[in-house]
Write a protein of this length. Structure first.
Length: 71
């Protein structure tokens, strides 16, 4: 062991780690978020169709036929 507490086998790894940290320190990027100049447009082409199916009970059907002005 040396005075720094590192053995000779540990020094290359330590130097490599320090060099890597020093070099990657300058690579830290900056993220800028800004609103777009143009409004966001969402084009939706929607076709809505509805089919209504109804069934009447025979008693209800005859009641409607007997009283056409009920509705």
């Amino acid at each position: 062991m040396t005075a720094t507490g590192l053995t000779n086998a540990m020094r290359p790894t330590t130097y490599a780690l320090m060099a890597m940290l020093t070099l990657t320190g300058g690579l830290g990027g900056c993220v800028n978020i800004s609103a777009p100049d143009k409004p966001i447009q969402i084009n939706l082409n929607i076709n809505v169709t509805q089919e209504v199916v109804y069934r009447l009970d025979n008693d209800a059907k005859s009641l409607i036929q007997q009283n056409p002005g009920i509705f």
